[in-house]
Design a protein around this ligand. Structure first.
Ligand code: ADP
Ligand code: MG
Length: 381
């Protein structure tokens, strides 16, 4: 199943969004145009649906509704999210919509203005309903987060719950002692990545590490025999042989791997782990440009097996120069004083003409985002 369409109203720096989504989505735009904010919509749905989550907590985690609501919003106080989900294999389709407002008085809790679910075009939930009218407090919770109330659409609650986000920070893995404290829920930066690997069943773990090693061969050809291990104190590690001029190549642990190697291992592992959408931030970081250019093809190959949807934010010319990327797979963010506008690259006539003429997305669409970045850097005015 994939998220095939997204609509937003007053979410962060977006006043209004209505956009179709492909199985592979590249999000491009200048710095601070809202690429991470766009991915955050899907993390928000996950935060609502996950066990121990819920609407109130998902909003509190983002600093309250006033932080979420678009600063450029006009009169309308509500924040709205709508997603269409579709499964090409089974033909299933769903629509989930919520509108969120704040209680005008009292504790000023966030509450639902509405919550609606459609399955195959037929409405299966429409709130507020009679129960909500009797007890207003009910509107502080979605039915997505309530097992008793979501039997008719449990499938989409599970789907949202399995959305994954990864922005692996190699330093967190390599020097955990430098980053004390409880860490973050859902481990978005990969601090507990090694524990996740160790907790996976042995058969799956072995087969994934083997596939990762072979995918890594192009990027880091000297790295061989990638395995997991535990030290004397029971702490998990990754280990590999790193061949060099000495005949007896030494085993190395993750603290000796390069940033790029660690990021690639994290990236490949998460691509193999799960079926719901995977949200990746700037996968090009720390990687050689020759490798970056190969990532879109790699995503495509892995998707052929799992049909897993991938969202990728990127600034990388090399990544977007892959000719196989279509204009409908690329989302262009254009900041404006009234909030950021969101369109597919294919919806710009000039971009479409250039793509039809054989240019890549990097040549046809990336310049749009670069020109406004350069304007930001112009300090002379
Ligand atoms: N509620 C809001 N209304 C308007 N702008 C917001 C809101 N919340 C965050 N922003 C703005 O969004 C920008 C950051 O967006 P971000 O997604 O991190 O950009 P990117 O990932 O493209 O670099 C910042 O300029 C911030 O001020
Ligand atoms: Mg960002």
């Amino acid at each position: 199943m994939i998220i095939s369409e997204l609509s937003l109203k007053n979410w962060r720096n977006f006043r209004q969004v209505h956009i179709p989504l492909a199985e592979r989505v590249f999000v491009i735009g200048p710095n601070a145009s809202g690429k991470s904010n766009l991915l955050d919509v899907f993390r928000f749905l996950r935060d609502i649906a996950k066990p121990g989550g819920g609407l109130e907590q998902a909003i509190a985690r983002r600093g309250g509704l006033s932080k979420i609501r678009c600063l450029a919003a006009r009169k309308e106080p509500e924040v709205e999210i709508a997603v269409e989900l579709s499964d090409e294999v089974t033909g299933d389709s769903w629509r989930y919509e919520i509108g969120i407002i704040q209680e005008p008085r009292g504790r000023r809790l966030p509450k639902l203005k509405f919550e609606k679910v459609w399955k195959a075009g037929r409405i299966v939930l429409s709130r507020p309903d009679a129960e909500d009218d009797k007890d207003e407090l009910r509107l502080t919770q979605t039915h997505l987060e309530q097992i008793n109330s979501n039997t008719k659409f449990r499938e989409i609650a599970k789907f949202f719950e399995s959305i994954r986000y990864l922005h692996l920070v190699p330093q967190l893995l390599r020097q955990p002692e430098a980053f004390q404290g409880p860490g973050m829920p859902d481990d978005p930066f990969g601090r507990n990545f090694l524990e996740t690997i160790v907790k996976t069943s042995e058969k799956t773990r072995r087969s994934r590490l083997r596939r990762i090693e072979s995918a890594l061969r192009e990027a880091v050809p000297k790295l061989k025999n990638l395995t997991d291990t535990k030290d004397e104190t029971g702490v998990p590690h990754l280990e590999a042989t790193y061949e060099h001029w000495r005949p007896n190549a030494g085993r190395q642990r993750e603290d000796q791997f390069s940033d790029g190697t660690l990021r690639l291992i994290g990236l490949f592992w998460s691509l193999l782990d799960g079926e719901a959408p995977l949200l990746l931030e700037e996968p090009e970081l720390s990687l050689h440009s020759g490798i970056v250019g190969k990532l879109p093809g790699l995503f495509h190959r892995l998707q052929r097996r799992s049909r897993r949807q991938i969202f990728v934010t990127t600034h990388s010319w090399e990544l977007l120069s892959e000719k196989g990327i279509g204009g409908e797979e690329v989302i262009v963010l254009t900041p404006d004083t009234e909030g950021t506008t969101v369109e597919t690259a294919a919806s710009f006539e000039d971009v479409k003409e250039q793509l039809d003429a054989g240019l890549s997305i990097a040549d046809a669409a990336l310049p749009r985002t670069i020109s406004s970045t350069l304007r930001q850097l112009d300090l002379s005015e």
